[in-house]
Design a binder for this molecule. Sequence first.
Ligand SMILES: Cc1cc2nc3c(=O)[nH]c(=O)nc-3n(C[C@H](O)[C@H](O)[C@H](O)COP(=O)(O)OP(=O)(O)OC[C@H]3O[C@@H](n4cnc5c(N)ncnc54)[C@H](O)[C@@H]3O)c2cc1C
Length: 398
Amino acid sequence: MTTTAKRRVLISGASISGPALAYWLHRSGFAVTVVEKAGALRDGGYPIDIRGTAIEVVRRMGILPRLRDAHIDSRRATFLDADGGEVASLTPSAVAGSVEGQDLEVRRGDLAAVLYALVRDDVEFLFNDSIDTLDQSEEAVDVTFHSGRRRTFDLVVGADGMHSQTRESLFGPEEQFHRYLGYCFAIFTMPNTFGLSHELMVWNTPGKAAALYAVGDDDELHAFLNFYRPDLPSDALRDPDAQRDLVATTFAGAGWEVPGMVSAMRDADDLFFDTAGQIRMPQWSKGRVALIGDAAYAPSFLTGQGSSLALAGAYMLANALAANQDHAAAFAAYERDLREFVAMNQALVDKGGATLFPTTAQALEQRNTRLRSLVTMPAAAARPAHSALTLPTIVPMP
Ligand SMILES: Cc1cc2nc3c(=O)[nH]c(=O)nc-3n(C[C@H](O)[C@H](O)[C@H](O)COP(=O)(O)OP(=O)(O)OC[C@H]3O[C@@H](n4cnc5c(N)ncnc54)[C@H](O)[C@@H]3O)c2cc1C
């Protein structure tokens, strides 16, 4: 009688897609190691949505009740004009295209913590480390870590986000795959001196938006400054001072609470500045290394589908690997079965075309008219793209 050795998989990144993949691969009999650059699980981040197909993924993982408990349940989204006057006030799900009572919005850190708790006892985690080199042969992948340790794995998966190092080392610079959507944004926290609770306030002028998001009754708010900028501000991307200056210059003279937000941004120690963009790649794997989540197909926060794609992608890759001993066949099946779902979700937004961030006065007026009509209409139906993937049942090979 022969016993087959467990296939060894290294996953780079312990946020959403990495631990989700680790869970499904462990269940299918793989020996899983996750390496994470940060010293511990990363908390924080803007609230994220879990919708449609991804709800079924978390149900199958047994974590739906825990995530329902963590659901933010915002009560109101209020849109304001240039002077801070109210344009419309409505339920957040009507705006986001989420299905009330089904889809979930949770703090990103809560989702990461629930996923980690699910796998921490079954999967090896290496925090405060990262992959330095990947050396692939016919049989395996030899990995050198930043810490100096060396290990050999059968497969490696990059779940290391939009600016994936795994992708860069395999396929080259991000510029080839980054599709800039024309917006830049800054997010940070600031004190909730406005008495806001369970609600979102959004101020717009053409090409500019400022939002304050009170998640529950927290004494801190998530502040968000977003602006249209047709050309990628490459210089600002690597320089935090230049980022602060760019945001401050862009919002100079703006009304409502924007001046206070800009000065809070100057003082914030958790400022996150980035461009809104997507990752579009002709191929998600090379040899024994594959990519999932934002590393392979980030849809951008403008679609609100990043975490749902990450969860669904992890499930589909695990399904393909469980069903195929041959990794090349598995990676091909993963791409074949997931690509259309990814394409539909990435198509939810086009350059300068984000529904909540109109770039011209005319588009803003049209959006406001639509928002006002939503106040009196029944809750929006689910977007077809959110549920366009039917999940197979993962059947591990005997
Ligand atoms: C402002 C904003 C709002 C958003 N809103 C939403 C929303 O409403 N809905 C939604 O679904 N999504 C939203 N997102 C996006 C969402 O957070 C991501 O799309 C989703 O978490 C993808 O998960 P991931 O695990 O693939 O990648 P990430 O969450 O980016 O995780 C990558 C992980 O890899 C680690 N890492 C990076 N480099 C290395 C390395 N070299 N070695 C080891 N580890 C490494 C990182 O520390 C991190 O833990 C938003 C994002 C932003 C910025």
